[in-house]
Ligand binder design. Structure first.
Ligand SMILES: C[S@@+](CC[C@H](N)C(=O)[O-])C[C@H]1O[C@@H](n2cnc3c(N)ncnc32)[C@H](O)[C@@H]1O
Length: 317
């Protein structure tokens, strides 16, 4: 028989002024303890204690990123529903909450500034790479067309970088998740998703060889310009397939085989592109069928898009 205890403890956790303020703030993004300390103007041990109570009650969740921990409104479970409802009930005109949100917007501005700095430092080499292949907008058009008509509620973007795939597909999703190893990239992604108003998308630090989601969690997985960095691209594809539901879609975007050796030194590319035969072999080994591939020629790099579907059994064939 279900007990009322979890609901009672969630209500007790929320029924305190600082904790209600924390709930309100974490509904507007993913925040570290030090950011929350700065906004609330309270001591770190105090804020940490409140966060612990809210997390234990299931109203907030923690996402670890190296030595950092982000807090956000819980996404799943009965208490997540309560957290959403409580936030909807908060008054717009309350002086303390308004001041907290003003301080939060200063924190977000600072994050955007740091992200912009990082981009400025790297922009030149990225622009050079971009000039070697077809325009990103053409690739994105083809990606949108390929997924047109498919029901996709939950999408994972592997090696999300700046979160571009989440921005592109976010509007049609219930939930988008992105993973990447680079904390700097994730800061840029967070700033981009916040600016685009993509509240239904979140990113976290994780290794694509050990994706921190259970099997069969997603309707689609994207890997955009990621595989050429990897020592074991086929293994990364296998791990991506693990988190796909049966019938789920895998969208890979990378270069066709090329001879631009300079990309190894200047951009840390490990592999100089992939052909259809290699990708088909990965698909076969991980229980996928190739639905479609498309080649978008540029000078000198051709971008290839492979769309695969997980077989019903999910086993290799
Ligand atoms: C060229 S970027 C592409 C980013 C994004 N998909 C895009 O197309 O804009 C490749 C990304 O893969 C990430 N990456 C490389 N190895 C990874 C790994 N083992 N696990 C997670 N992310 C990884 C890098 O940090 C980088 O952000």
């Amino acid at each position: 028989m279900e007990s009322i205890e979890p609901l009672l403890s969630a209500l007790r956790a929320a029924a305190e002024p600082t904790r209600l303020r924390l709930l309100a703030l974490c509904a507007h993004g993913e925040l570290t303890v030090s950011e929350l300390v700065g906004i609330l103007g309270q001591s770190q041990p105090r804020v940490s204690r409140h966060l612990k109570l809210l997390t234990e009650a299931g109203l907030l969740e923690r996402i670890r990123e190296g030595s950092w921990v982000f807090h956000r409104q819980a996404q799943e479970g009965a208490a997540a529903h309560l957290a959403r409802q409580l936030n909807e009930m908060l008054p717009d005109q309350d002086g303390t909450l308004t001041r907290d949100l003003e301080r939060l917007s200063l924190v977000k501005n600072e994050r955007e500034r740091a992200a912009a700095d990082y981009f400025r430092r790297n922009a030149e080499s990225w622009d050079k790479l971009r000039s070697l292949h077809v325009d990103d907008s053409i690739v994105e058009r083809v990606l949108l067309d390929m997924l047109e008509g498919h029901q996709i509620d939950q999408l994972l973007d592997v090696g999300t970088g700046t979160g571009r795939m989440l921005e592109l597909f976010g509007e049609r999703l219930i939930k988008g998740e992105g993973i990447d190893l680079s904390r700097e990239m994730l800061s840029v992604a967070r700033a981009n998703l916040e600016r685009a108003g993509r509240d239904n998308c979140a990113v976290r630090q994780a290794d694509m060889y050990q994706i921190p989601f259970q099997a069969s969690a997603f309707d689609a997985v994207t890997m955009h310009q990621v595989l050429h960095f990897l020592d074991h691209p086929g293994r990364a594809v296998g791990e991506a397939v693990r988190v796909l539901k049966a019938g789920g879609l895998l969208l890979l975007v990378d270069f066709a085989p090329h001879n631009e050796e300079s990309l190894r030194d200047e951009h840390a590319h490990r592999r100089l592109g992939f052909d259809d035969t290699e990708v088909t072999a990965w698909f076969k080994a991980s229980g996928m069928s190739l639905l479609k591939s498309e080649h978008l020629p540029g000078n000198p790099l051709t971008v290839t898009i492979w769309l695969g579907q997980k077989n019903d059994s999910g086993n290799s064939v």
